[in-house]
Write a new protein. Structure first.
Length: 240
């Protein structure tokens, strides 16, 4: 899904980590606004279904990353874009099951493309307020990690959600290396430390219409995510 003209660099790329999302991808890719989206990269994170074929048929670049992990998938997609002849000006990270967010990619990325921010974080909000449709244990974990981040780093954020837009050159400067669930937290900590201009924008969030969330859909997985977040906080606090 590459619409830039020959000889011109894409302004906005979208990176979608995907694990067994053959049903969710078609409606999501169809809702991406064109323009401003010039390029779409789907990272197949070890799927056993037709995720890669569905994404390729829709015109997306498909990158294979058999090592399971959100951060590993993101790093593979970033490496693909960094190695391209023409790098994007901005990059949006988007979950493969969030077709409502897909329609708002341009809105989220606008402050970055207009030079008003280096990083824009989508703050999840449900129709009745609150942190979208996160399960109670996920909301509690989110608040705990955000509170500890404020205590350790002096930065108050409202969410750690994956939907975000960032200047591509500034992203590379962060030297991201988390390969699992600490990815979004690591990005926010390193962005703050390097003085990036960070904005938070409220975005609608609803329960996925197909399947179950691979992170917040079960308590055991959420506990593992929480442990990784705590490890990331400690690691980044000790990092020079």
């Amino acid at each position: 899904m590459d619409s830039e003209s020959p000889g011109t660099a894409p302004r906005l790329a979208v990176l979608i980590p995907a694990l067994n999302e053959e049903e969710a991808l078609p409606p999501l890719l169809a809702r991406l606004p064109r323009p401003p989206v010039d390029r779409v990269v789907v990272v197949d994170n070890g799927s056993t279904d037709a995720t890669a074929r569905v994404a390729r048929d829709a015109g997306a670049d498909v990158v294979s990353q058999p090592e399971r992990g959100y951060g590993a998938a993101c790093l593979a997609g970033i490496g693909h874009l960094a190695g391209a002849e023409r790098r994007p000006e901005a990059l949006v990270f988007l979950d493969a099951d969030d077709d409502e967010a897909a329609a708002r990619v341009g809105e989220l990325a606008a402050p970055v493309l207009e030079g008003r921010a280096d990083l824009v974080i989508g703050v999840r909000r449900g129709r009745g307020g609150g942190t979208g449709t996160l399960m109670p244990h996920a909301r509690l974990g989110n608040r705990l990690v955000l509170g500890l981040a404020a205590l350790l780093f002096g930065r108050r954020w409202r969410d750690l959600g994956p939907f975000r837009a960032v200047r591509f050159d500034r992203l590379l400067e962060l030297e991201m290396d988390d390969r699992t669930w600490g990815w979004t937290l690591q990005m926010q900590i390193r962005a703050a430390r390097q003085g990036l201009r960070v904005m938070e924008v409220e975005v609608p969030h609803r329960a996925r219409s197909r399947g179950r969330s691979k992170i917040t859909g079960s308590l055991p997985t959420s506990l593992r995510v929480g442990a990784r977040m705590l490890w990331t906080l400690a690691r980044e606090r000790l990092r020079k």
